[in-house]
Write a protein of this length. Structure first.
Length: 248
């Protein structure tokens, strides 16, 4: 599961960036709109890549059978996913923009492979319904995060603590196999990733206005950040509301 919301190494700003929001640059509203248009374009490309690959892997019975009969390989793929996120998050200041974009696409594709299980567990209809529910709730909180005048830093920090808490709970539940605990974790996960969506939108806006970094790098990091918020929110909602559409 691609939990890692890439807030690791935040320093004075998210994603390991060291920026000073007082060093504002003279950016027009049009420039800010162009930046977020780029962020959401890359995010959409990533989501589409993940969706297509997960679907086609799930439809390839020999391939998916091989993946899930070799559990260690599955865990290796998840480890590579984590390494890609951490590498991009901590190395963004040193990596060329082209490499950063390639890592994002690689991560999105690899997530598609590990996501293929959802098509084996849930029906296409339940996945579609939850996807649109995710898109609507994500869009609302992203809009609120972008437009609010309130500083969301304190809320974001609280949500990050909650994120680590549910990761620990899920590790524990890996051994307990408690459906009740999983249900509670999913509810908390929805709240946390909705909160992080608003927080991340505000922080991305502040990072851009600070003018401290390469716009292409800001764009791909913003795309990765919101991509992680979206897919984790999707997984939590699918756990809560996709049960009625489980394949028999």
């Amino acid at each position: 599961m691609p939990f890692g919301n890439n807030n690791f190494g935040m320093g004075t700003g998210p994603r390991g960036y060291d920026y000073d929001i007082t060093r504002g640059r003279a950016m027009t509203q049009e420039g800010l709109s162009d930046f977020f248009r780029g962020v959401f374009t890359w995010m959409t490309i990533g989501l589409m890549l993940t969706g297509f690959i997960s679907y086609f892997v799930a439809m390839d019975k020999p391939l998916v059978g091989y993946l899930y009969s070799h559990v260690m390989l599955f865990y290796v793929l998840m480890g590579i996913q984590l390494a890609a996120v951490l590498g991009l998050s901590f190395g963004i200041n040193r990596l060329p923009a082209d490499i950063s974009e390639a890592i994002f696409l690689f991560y999105s594709a690899l997530t598609g492979v590990t996501f293929s299980f959802i098509f084996l567990v849930y029906t296409n209809q339940s996945i579609e319904i939850v996807f649109f529910l995710t898109a609507a709730s994500f869009g609302l909180l992203a809009f609120l995060g972008y437009t609010t005048k309130r500083d969301l830093t304190e809320m974001g920090n609280f949500m990050m603590v909650g994120l680590f808490a549910i990761i620990i709970a899920m590790v524990v539940n890996f051994f307990l196999h408690s459906s009740t605990l999983m249900y509670v974790v999913s509810i908390l996960g929805v709240v946390i990733f909705l909160g992080l969506t608003a927080y991340d939108m505000q922080k991305l806006k502040q990072i851009y206005l600070s003018g401290s970094f390469d716009t292409r790098k800001e764009t791909v990091m913003g795309a990765l950040t919101l991509y992680l918020d979206f897919i984790n929110l999707f997984l939590m909602l699918l756990t809560l509301f996709g049960g009625g559409g489980r394949r028999r």
